[in-house]
Design a protein around this ligand. Structure first.
Ligand code: SF4
Length: 359
């Protein structure tokens, strides 16, 4: 393990080269149009696990509908989830909403600029806190994400596993030691931008890199070996049978998932885990009858859908059918085809909506 840092002269040159490059080369992104801490907060939450190109239209729509802390704090969770629909990792939206409500109630809708206060807000982890403090408030706080760890692993030839928490903490210390007081925003954003556009995971564009004079991996031609990252476990596979069923009025049975946990608060067609070794349609019919006091008739399978989460894979078999009777359970309702779009559905169930409404 090599953890050589920078000396003072080198660290100043590194920062100066990085910030000048960022000032000239940064991509024009909608959240860079001003330094509103709320917009930076929204963008940083959306950007977690999601590509910039995907985020841009979501960000624009979200900010158009919820332009201020007050507007988001006063919104229904369902509408917030509807504006997040398709972006995935919906706990981000729920936590952002809860955090914004906290700022509205506790700080009069002003995002706090103190590290201890901002870090205590729901949904704001060390990275988001550092990004808001440095970009919106000009404070020299680290904002270390995967891009930043890749750049620094290569520049400093650090061979520690970046999937480990203590490696992230180490890089936070490194950034604290080198971040310039006069422009922490351009420094943090420069590291992120460099990781996103030049120091990419595969084939980094070292000849275009503003800090290659400082990069030990470049000097030793070891860029491809870094960063070191242990592989995450293969996702667990669950076999799911889904009932797309209509009542005698042609309305679809849908339900709201529990508030917390996977896809919390999103809507779906009734879905159940089933045993792959047994007949899925028969199991689904039995589970529907056990759960609801309905007379259920299922037709042949409509389609298979696969949906992969970070830790889980759903192998879904969708059955269309009819039901007779009413449903008493909370969070369930019958809904006409034209009204389905009012509710937030995860991507896998949006596919089902497209299948049943296009037929
Ligand atoms: Fe990354 Fe290459 Fe720049 Fe080093 S020289 S920081 S490996 S792009």
């Amino acid at each position: 393990m090599n953890k050589k840092g920078f000396d003072t002269i080198e660290k100043n040159k590194f920062a100066q080269r990085l910030t000048s490059w960022f000032d000239q080369q940064q991509r024009p992104l909608p959240w860079r149009e001003d330094r509103d801490p709320y917009k930076i907060w929204v963008s940083e939450i959306m950007l977690q696990q999601t590509r910039v190109d995907t985020v841009i239209p979501y960000f624009r729509r979200f900010i158009t509908r919820f332009p201020t802390i007050e507007s988001l704090a006063n919104a229904d969770q369902e509408e917030v989830l509807k504006h997040w629909e398709g972006l995935g990792y919906y706990s981000r939206a729920r936590n952002l909403h809860a955090g914004v409500r906290e700022v509205h109630a506790k700080y009069g809708s002003r995002v706090p600029d103190q590290a201890d206060e901002i870090s205590a807000i729901k949904g704001i982890g060390p990275y988001t806190a550092g990004a808001i403090l440095s970009i919106a408030f000009g404070k020299p706080e680290p904002a270390v994400d995967g891009n930043v760890m890749r750049v620094l692993s290569r520049v400093l030839l650090v061979e520690d596993d970046i999937a480990k928490q203590k490696t992230r903490k180490y890089f936070e210390q490194v950034v604290k030691a080198i971040i310039p007081e006069d422009d922490p925003s351009a420094f943090n954003q420069g590291l992120m931008e460099l990781g996103a556009t030049v120091c990419t995971p595969k084939s980094p564009k070292c000849l275009l890199c503003p800090v290659r004079q400082h990069c030990q991996a470049f000097q030793e031609n070891r860029q491809a070996e870094l960063p070191v990252k242990s592989k995450s476990k293969a996702p667990k596979v669950e076999t799911i049978a889904v009932a797309a069923v209509q009542n005698e009025n042609g309305e679809w049975l849908i339900r709201r998932r529990p508030e917390t946990g996977l896809l919390g608060g999103m809507w779906e067609f009734p879905a159940f885990k089933v045993d792959t070794a047994l007949n899925k349609k028969a199991q689904l019919a039995q589970k529907m009858c056990e759960m609801y006091e309905l007379k259920v008739e299922l037709h042949d399978r409509l389609r298979n859908i696969q949906h992969v989460f970070s830790h889980l894979k759903w192998e879904m078999s969708v059955y269309r059918g009819t039901v007779e009777g009413t449903v008493q359970q909370e969070g369930h309702l019958f809904c006409g085809s034209s009204m389905l779009e009012k509710y937030p559905f995860p991507v896998s169930h949006q596919k089902i909506i497209r299948m049943i409404t296009e037929r």
